[in-house]
Ligand binder design. Sequence first.
Ligand SMILES: [Ca+2]
Ligand SMILES: [Ca+2]
Length: 312
Amino acid sequence: MLKSCSKTLFYTYFLFSSTNAQLGSLICGPTSFNQNQAEIRSPGYSRGQYPASTTCEYSISISANEEIVFKFPEMDLEDDGDTGCYDKLVITFPDGTDSGDICGDSTDDMTFTNSGMAASIKVTFSSDTSEQRKGFVMEYEKSRPDPCDSEPCQNGGTCMAVMGMVRCACVPGWTGQFCAEDVDECLDGGICESNQICVNSPGSYACEASPLEDSEAPVVQPGSSSASGSTDNSDSQSSSGSSSGTSSFSDFDFPETNQLFVDETTGNPCRLSDQGRNLLSMWVEEYKNWRNLMADYEVKYAQWKADECPEK
Ligand SMILES: [Ca+2]
Ligand SMILES: [Ca+2]
């Protein structure tokens, strides 16, 4: 009884396997591939013909960031004489895409790059019930492309591949993952002399002479280091501050918000607020515009005079 049962189970298993046409290595040969390169042949290739009603599934492992190229030196699978396949090969990639049905007597090379995690590529051969042909020989080769080949680092940055990932070493003046972002050197308040203005530019900066050097507009003066008797209250004032220096925009170097400076008229030291600092910046901009406007009028006036009262 037990023997009979086992026998039934065996036949059931064999029948099940046959109807699924997946007979493993008996017909399909090796089905699992981990090597960097290998050749896969259709079942029965050495005998000159693949069997009918057969399905073989091959699995090829692929690591993250690996590239695989498929070539088909031999291709002879039954097609319908048009665009359809009776017997076919299908390659399914880890990202869910596939090659479509491959049959006939030739097919182009195929390349896939695995941008996801390590996974498997599935190659499925299947034949129908009638007309068998020679079959296929498929070769594959895996490689790991150098991510620096695409020159991802910009503005003179040096590319390094670390675990298949890009790392860029930027030249001074540039930052960011791919060295595409300018460093604003002017954010470092002490980079230029106090009588210069810092002008940021892509990849660089310049310290230029202030256009307000000879300004007649007295406002405030630096005096932070010599001021004393301060408190943490930004509105507080003290009469113990000292007063020195000249009184022009050009001498004012936009101290940090927390820095003390001295009002030249009263001699009072005080702590500059964000609002006060922004207001002063705005005034300086307006003052520059006013100076430019004045220069324009000087030119216009000279021209007007020459037109109205030409020299005789
Ligand atoms: Ca067929
Ligand atoms: Ca810059």
